[in-house]
Design a protein around this ligand. Structure first.
Ligand code: HPA
Ligand code: ZN
Length: 338
């Protein structure tokens, strides 16, 4: 069983990525190039210095490094280049469909117009079609900011509603429960947007947050969310309602000392729609295939389990049933012939 799953196998495997923060795909090379072009002092001037600044051991210390780096993103083309750089990685790893998170408030709060980043990011998703990747956008609210700020962000976003498919909730979960944003989620759903939200790993009140997300707010997916295993009844509920879980093993091992391998396997075995993603690949040591591979290697996943995770990625995605069937047939064919 060991080594049944190779890096080559997971790289070539058709898959969807559903938990990817575009700002978290900003590699040190592009960060430095944009800093220089836009005359932004980020406090580092070499790749080594940038890498040395990547010191974090929980969500809050990660976010403290993550947000200041975004200052280098200034123009529509900067956002386009950022997204295209990610999409090229995705292409190399046979990501067939991707739903990309972006954080409007991390940009509007520093004077960048909504129009600037949405147009740059959206243009990249259109150009992704030429690479045979289906790319969509999901707008996230920063949960450490106020509900009013989220509400204003939604209002600002609605004229661009055709450029993104749903809303999510990210940033620091500590003392920022999902119910703080309940009315904003209601408004978003009324506007025809799909709903997801982070329930980061090992947060205070995690089960309560997950329960409110599922039973009150009614999200279709939970980003991370593996603490749900602590409440078997809630797992049953999630399985019954086909709730997606977007887990990110490498990210987990940065903000905690573990990948949550046993929890991922348990949810997989119970039939939950759990899938594997990269979260912030430029900060957490790798893109989606490395996440699949390291999980499989360290927790002895079989090829069938890895393929099931990829099947789940399509099933939990926000594409049509017809399109899901096409991608899954492609995946089955790959699994049969590799
Ligand atoms: N959790 C919360 N906020 C984030 C994350 C995450 O995984 N990645 C980027 N912002
Ligand atoms: Zn995330």
């Amino acid at each position: 069983m060991a080594n049944e799953v190779t890096m080559e196998f997971v790289q070539g495997m058709p898959k969807a990525e559903l938990h990817l923060h575009i700002e978290g795909s900003l590699e040190p090379e592009l960060k430095l190039a944009l800093a220089q072009k836009n005359h932004v002092d980020i406090g580092q001037s070499t790749i080594e210095e940038v890498r040395k600044s990547y010191q974090y051991d929980d969500l809050a210390s990660f976010l403290a490094v993550y947000y200041p780096a975004m200052n280098v993103l200034q123009t529509e083309d900067d956002f386009y280049d950022l997204a295209m750089a990610y999409l090229k990685h995705a292409k190399e790893e046979n990501v067939r469909h991707v739903e990309i998170f972006f954080d409007p408030q991390a940009h509007t709060s520093r004077g960048i117009a909504f129009e600037t980043f949405i147009k740059g990011l959206y243009r990249a998703t259109v150009d992704a079609r030429a690479m045979n990747i289906d790319a969509r956008l999901i707008m996230c609210f920063l949960r450490d900011l106020s509900r009013e700020s989220a509400r204003k962000t939604l209002e600002e976003a609605l004229p661009y509603k055709d450029m993104f498919i749903g809303v999510g909730l990210d940033s620091d979960e500590h003392n920022n429960p999902p119910m703080k944003f309940f009315p904003v989620f209601v408004e978003a759903e009324k506007a025809g947007l799909r709903l997801t939200a982070h329930a980061d790993i090992d947060q205070k009140d995690s089960i309560e947050h997950i329960r409110d997300l599922l039973e009150v707010i009614g999200v279709e997916r939970i980003d991370h969310g593996t603490n749900i295993v602590e409440d078997p009844d809630l797992v049953d509920y999630a399985v019954k309602h086909q709730i997606g879980f977007t887990s990110c093993p490498l990210s987990n091992s940065f903000v905690r000392p573990e990948m949550k391998g046993p929890e991922i396997k348990e949810l997989l075995e119970k039939g939950a729609k759990i899938c594997i993603n990269s979260d912030d690949p430029a900060y957490f040591g790798g893109y989606i295939s490395k996440n699949y591979y390291e999980l499989a290697r360290q927790f002895d996943l079989t090829k069938e389990q890895v393929v099931q995770l990829a099947r789940n990625s399509f099933e939990a995605s926000w594409i049509s049933e017809e399109q899901k069937a096409i991608y899954i047939a492609e995946l089955e064919e790959y699994a049969r012939t590799h």
